[in-house]
Design a protein around this ligand. Structure first.
Ligand SMILES: Cc1cc2nc3c(=O)[nH]c(=O)nc-3n(C[C@H](O)[C@H](O)[C@H](O)COP(=O)(O)O)c2cc1C
Length: 198
């Protein structure tokens, strides 16, 4: 069986984008069919232009495929990624989630494997609350939440049993514990989906 993996995410300045790309690479290496989709930007252009990093990343994303509800309908495994915004997910990702009502109503979000990833600037900056907020949506959808827990020793390095999380404090570059945590999350989610398909 080829597992279908959709990675749906928002990123202002590229950190979550790098995490999403790593997740996609790992998924492909493991033989999954992968869709990597960023959600549409909803912030006013003036706000984006005031911040060089944000404007630069928007330019880099020109022409990249934008998430549609069908990308969830298609998938066996869905990973949602978002920067942390005051302890919760970014409004851009939430705006996309808010378009999923019709798909939810027809049962198109249920029985899939779900997991989340995030980035914060600070170590205690709200990764858990952000990831739990994603889980709230997964529960409404009848999703099968795959928590990484501490099911591998790499999780003792990133210390996040709720999902994968990058702290950008020292550097926005993904470091070994970040990469390991993403790889572990993708691997675990794909294996659970394979076992469910039986
Ligand atoms: C409006 C706003 C709110 C933020 N809130 C938090 C927060 O609650 N905790 C934190 O540690 N970082 C916070 N940050 C920092 C971002 O979460 C962090 O820089 C993230 O890694 C950026 O990801 P990106 O590069 O994918 O956009 C906030 C940033 C912005 C712009």
């Amino acid at each position: 069986m080829t597992v279908k993996l959709s990675i749906i995410y928002y990123s202002s300045t590229g950190t979550v984008d790098a995490m999403a790309r790593r997740a996609a690479q790992t998924g492909e290496k493991l033989g999954a069919e992968v869709r990597l989709r960023h959600v549409a930007e909803t912030a006013p252009q003036e706000a984006i232009e005031e911040q060089d990093d944000w404007a630069k990343h928007r330019e880099e994303m020109e022409g990249e495929p934008v998430a549609e509800p069908e990308d969830l309908a298609w998938a066996d495994v869905v990973l949602l990624g978002t920067p942390t915004r005051f302890g919760s997910s970014a409004s851009q990702l939430q705006a996309f989630i808010d378009t999923l009502g019709p798909l939810w109503q027809e049962g198109g979000l249920a029985d899939k494997v779900y997991a989340g990833f995030t980035a914060t600037q600070t170590e205690h900056g709200g990764q858990e609350s952000t990831l739990i907020s994603l889980c709230t949506a997964f529960m409404h959808w009848g999703g099968i939440i795959v928590a990484p827990g501490y099911t591998d020793e790499v999780k003792f390095a990133d210390g996040n049993p709720y999902g994968a999380g990058k702290v950008t404090g020292e550097t926005t570059d993904l470091e070994e514990p970040d990469l390991d945590a993403i790889d572990h999350l993708v691997t675990r989610a794909l294996h659970v989906a394979e076992r469910l398909a039986g």
